[in-house]
Design a protein around this ligand. Sequence first.
Ligand code: NAD
Length: 418
Amino acid sequence: MPSEVLKLTPPKDGHKILITDAGLRIPDDPIIPLVEGDGIGPDVTHAARTVIDAAVEATYHGKRRIVWYPVPAGEAAMFRYGEMLPAATLAAIKEYVVALKGPLTTPVGGGFRSLNVTLRQTLDLYANVRPIYWMPGVPSPVTHPERLDIILFREAEEDVYAGIEWAKGSPEAKRLIATLQKEYGVHVREDSGIGVKPMSEFESKRLIRKAIRYAIENHKRSVTLVHKGNIMKYTEGAFREWGYELARTEFAAETLSWQEVQEKHGGQAPEGKVVIKDVIADNMFQQLLLRPDEYDVLATPNLNGDYLSDAAAAQVGGLGVAPGANIGDAHALFEPIHGSAPKYAGMDKVNPTAEILAGVMMLEYLGWKEAAGRLREAVKATISAKVVTYDLARQMPGAREVGTTAFAQAIVERLRAA
Ligand code: NAD
């Protein structure tokens, strides 16, 4: 039986990130909750914390620093406090606004909601954001991985994530099937399971708004709306329509639709304008393989983005190097895409790159772009020098295989030397 009640004591130094009407106010010493996570989580978060601190120090020479605030979640929290996600941990992440997280194990079997889902819903983190780019030296299954450099904004609360479904033969499924027949004249086989796919104007627009804002702020050429609107007109098709409408009404000065570029600008987008275009989801898979350099920012409904982001990540080296973030209007939680790989826990063996690049995203979100850039370059340079963990070493002839800590140390040395 768990014996302790969790009481968290925030760090004495450091300050809170504040949510204001003008956006986030970031102090020079923000307190950032850190969820180590399960399995390999402690290994990779320790490495990430070390290199993030080194990048901030190398950039701001003590004028800025992160004050980490370790908060428990996952198996360790279950063991000590009887809860996978203690209320105090959730409250701390909410209060301090931005957090870095390791992977959490989702226990198999009933009774547990995925911690990631709980975090996402409680903090209203509606955009799942994944940058996907190649780092020189990382083994890839395609001939020109360097041509892919995208960032994908995937809606995280609706579509299949709404989780509305009923089993074949359940009273709910039977009733719905009968209603569809009686009220709508639609025939559905009686032995069907039934799922409902809601996609609202509100959710779609706030996701697409985030993608367009990102494109404008980061001088990207285009935002592509990825949808299956040729088949599902009032959900996926509406996502496309809402996207164009939003660009027209809220970003008229900064954006142009692809159609306008064709009709009014001879197919050549004017300098500084973000082009809004759309691609049907199945075609998008081909496009990312065949013409990856034509895409910058993608905005997708939930399911399309799920498939697409893993497929695209595989093109540039897979899950071990892929970071992600769950972002709301203010709150943001940064994490690697991979899971807790329990069989490698505590072995100082796995690749911390995904967790480190999640840290790069976090630094960007704080507006500390120079430190983010330095850290990203130091990771790239270390991998190009073929100093890598086992997962990459076994695919890279002539590589020097190092453990998690030694890989982080090699990055720190580069940051100090730069
Ligand atoms: P996983 O990503 O944990 O591991 C699959 C395999 O990928 C590992 O055996 C390992 O060979 C490799 N791998 C993963 N991360 C690596 C790294 N950093 N360096 C080198 N190799 C790495 O996936 P899984 O086994 O399906 O899931 C394990 C647990 O993690 C499950 O409980 C799952 O629910 C959870 N999970 C959590 C998250 C999250 O917290 N965001 C994401 C995915 C899975």
